[in-house]
Design a protein around this ligand. Structure first.
Ligand code: CP3
Length: 342
C-alpha cells in the first residue's frame, strides 16, 4: 500500500516525495501506441477495459505513486450535447461553437450514471485492479477552460470569442459558466462516488486572463466546485497553467493542493502566495526530460529542495509529458525523484 500521494495532499511530509506526471498515459509510451493503433482516442476513453489498461501502464512501467484516470477533460462537454471530435494533427474540434443563447439551448445538465457510465465503470475496474497499490486520481476541466473549447469551437491562440462573450455579453457568459459548473460538480461527485481518491481540476487556459478577470471569469466558478466537493473529504488539486501572475488568487480557491507549471519555481510561488503552509505540486519543465542524466539529477534535486520549503510537496511536471520524450528518461526521472527524496 503506497499512500504517499494522499498523505502529501493532506499536508504530511513524506519520504520519498510522491511523483506522478500529467499525461503519464500517452503517445510517448510504445505500450500506449500499441492499443491506440487499434482504436481511436475517443473509443479508448469510452471502453472501460481499454481506458483502465492504459491508466495502469505508467503505474507498472514507471513506478509512479498515483494513477490518473485515462479520459479527457472534454468528455463531459459531449455528454452535455456538444459535438466532439479529435482530428489527427488538429486536436479537439467542437462544432458548431456556442456563441448565442440559441446555441446554449442545445446543451443540458448531465446525469453521470446515464451520460458517462464508461467513466464510472473505468474507475471501478481500476480500484479493483489497483488493490490499493497506489491511489487513483479523477479529474475534470475547470469551467473557464471547458468554456473556451465550447465557445471557440476548439483550440485557439487569441481566445477572442470567449473574451468577446465575457466582455460584451456577460449574462450569456454567466449562463454558460453556471451550466458547466453544475455539470462539473455532478461529474466529479460521481467520480468520487465510483472510487476516485483525489481529484484535479485542470485550468489550462485561465492564464490568459488578467488578475481582475481571472476572479470573475474563472476563480469564482472553480471556488464553487471546490466548495461543493469539500464534504466528500477527498483531496483536491487546482492546476492553472501559465498562472504565475495569479498564484495568490489561486491560493484562495479552496483547493488543498496548488499545481505549478514550470515557469514559476516553488520558492517564488510560495513568496507570491505569501504563505509557506501550502501543499504544492510540480514543476519540472517536461522538456528537461531531454537533459542528460547528471544534469537532470541536479534540476530534480533543486525542485525537491524548494519543495521542502512548502508544507508538503508532490512531484510532477509543469505540464503534460510530450509524445517526443523517451520513456526511459521518464522512468529515470521517477527513480531519481525517489532516490533523492528517499
Ligand atoms: O494525464 C493523464 O494521463 C490522464 C488523461 C488526460 C488526457 N487529457 C489524455 C489525452 C488528461 C488529464 C487530459 C486533460 C486535458 N485534455 C487537458 C488539460 C491538461 C493540459 O494538457 O493542459 C486539455 C487541455 C485537454 C484537451 C486535449 N486532449 C487536447 C488539446 C488534446 C490534443 C493534443 C494532443 O496531445 O493530441 C487532447 C488529446 C489527448 N488527451 C490525448 C491524450 C492521451 C492524445 C490522444 C491521442 O492518443 O492521440
Amino acid at each position: 500500500m503506497n499512500d504517499n500521494f494522499l498523505r502529501a495532499c493532506r499536508g504530511e511530509r513524506t519520504s520519498p516525495v510522491p511523483v506522478w506526471f500529467m499525461r503519464q498515459a500517452g503517445r510517448y509510451l510504445p505500450e500506449y501506441q500499441e492499443i491506440r493503433g487499434k482504436s481511436d482516442f475517443l473509443t479508448m476513453c469510452k471502453t472501460p477495459e481499454l481506458a483502465a489498461e492504459v491508466t495502469l501502464q505508467p503505474v507498472d512501467l514507471l513506478g509512479v505513486d498515483a494513477a490518473i484516470l485515462f479520459s479527457d477533460i472534454l468528455i463531459p462537454l459531449e455528454a452535455m450535447g456538444a459535438n466532439l471530435a479529435f482530428e489527427e494533427g488538429r486536436g479537439p474540434v467542437l462544432q458548431p461553437p456556442v456563441r448565442s443563447s440559441e446555441d446554449l439551448k442545445r446543451l443540458h445538465a448531465i446525469e453521470p450514471e446515464r451520460d458517462v457510465p464508461f467513466v464510472l465503470e473505468t474507475i471501478k475496474i481500476l480500484r479493483r485492479e489497483l488493490k490499493g497499490r497506489v491511489p487513483l486520481i479523477g479529474f475534470a476541466g475547470a469551467p473557464f477552460t471547458l468554456a473556451s473549447y465550447l465557445i471557440e469551437g476548439g483550440g485557439t491562440k487569441s481566445f477572442v470569442n470567449i473574451k468577446k462573450m465575457f466582455f460584451s455579453n456577460p449574462e450569456l457568459f454567466r449562463q454558460v459558466m453556471d451550466l458547466i459548473t453544475e455539470v462539473t460538480i455532478s461529474y466529479l461527485q460521481a467520480q468520487i462516488h465510483a472510487g476516485a481518491q483525489a481529484i484535479q481540476l485542470f485550468d489550462t487556459w485561465a492564464g490568459v486572463l488578467t488578475r481582475h478577470d481571472f476572479r470573475d471569469a474563472a476563480l469564482l466558478y472553480a471556488k464553487r466546485i471546490f466548495s461543493a466537493l469539500r464534504q466528500s473529504g477527498v483531496p483536491m488539486v487546482y492546476f492553472v497553467f501559465n498562472g504565475g501572475h495569479l498564484l495568490d488568487l489561486v491560493r484562495l480557491s479552496g483547493a488543498d493542493v496548488i499545481g505549478l507549471d514550470w515557469r514559476t519555481d516553488i520558492e517564488t510561488a510560495l513568496f507570491l502566495m505569501d504563505d509557506t503552509n501550502v501543499v504544492v505540486q510540480g514543476n519540472l519543465d517536461p522538456c528537461m526530460l531531454f537533459l542528460p542524466e547528471e544534469r537532470l539529477r541536479d534540476r530534480i534535486a533543486e525542485i525537491l529542495y524548494q519543495g521542502t520549503m512548502a508544507r508538503s510537496h508532490i512531484f510532477n511536471l509543469g505540464h503534460g509529458i510530450l509524445p517526443e520524450i523517451p520513456p526511459e528518461k521518464v522512468k529515470l526521472a521517477v527513480d531519481l525523484i525517489h532516490e533523492l527524496s528517499g
